[in-house]
Unconditional design. Structure first.
Length: 219
């Protein structure tokens, strides 16, 4: 067991040495055109059968919509005046509304809809417009940024996350970069020129992309 633990420690240390985590000092793209939300023609809710979340685009900003599963025991419903179950719906969880529920064992299970802000006019994360159909969400992390690419194609929203391989050379062409060592990896802060940013975009630093389809207004 001691030999295994020692080997695991060496293995972890080996892969930690030289590993780098990349951030950008400013909003992308370089010379960014900052906006508060996407163009009005893209307003709506985008869903995917492969994802447990959806995205809502509106004049207020971009929101992530998800559902969390909660439960209440039959004993609580029976003894509390706040909750009641009628048919397949539980009352009292939401103000002036009910939720579909199912009974399993001694608990009622139901889903609670969450709507979390991704970006708006006042958020630390910022939205920039690249062209008529592409935007970058610049996620804020202690004053630094990481990008996510949002592309609209017809009724589809394609989201590509910032991603790179261990030992990547996708950023070696950027002249202005600062490295700060930390316990397990180096933090590299990039400040690309406009030309260098265009090279970054062509170096494959985003995932293949997850597709979300716009819901029709009638559901």
């Amino acid at each position: 067991m001691k030999i295994f633990a020692f080997a695991l420690m060496l293995f972890t240390s080996f892969f930690s040495i030289g590993q780098k985590s990349y951030y950008f000092s400013d909003l992308l793209p370089t010379n960014a055109h900052k906006v508060n939300t996407v163009d009005q023609r893209y307003f709506g809710t985008y869903t995917s059968k492969a994802a447990a979340r959806s995205y809502e685009m509106s004049a207020e900003g971009i929101f992530i919509i998800s559902t969390s599963i909660s439960s209440i025991s039959r004993e609580t419903v029976r003894e509390s005046s706040k909750y009641s179950v009628r048919g397949k719906y539980i009352h009292g969880v939401l103000k002036n509304d009910s939720l579909p529920c199912i009974l399993e064992g001694e608990h009622y299970y139901f889903g609670v809809r969450n709507k979390d802000l991704l970006v708006d006019a006042k958020s630390l994360s910022k939205l920039t417009k690249m062209n008529s159909s592409q935007y970058i969400v610049n996620h804020s992390d202690n004053g630094l940024f990481t990008p996510t690419l949002f592309s609209f194609e017809g009724n589809k929203l394609i989201i590509k996350e910032f991603s790179y391989d261990f030992g990547t050379e996708a950023f070696v062409h950027i002249q202005n970069q600062q490295t700060t060592p930390s316990e397990h990896f180096d933090i590299v802060i990039l400040t690309p020129t406009e030309k260098e940013f265009q090279q970054v975009m062509s170096n494959g630093v985003f995932t293949e992309g997850q597709v979300f389809k716009k819901k029709r207004k009638n559901g």
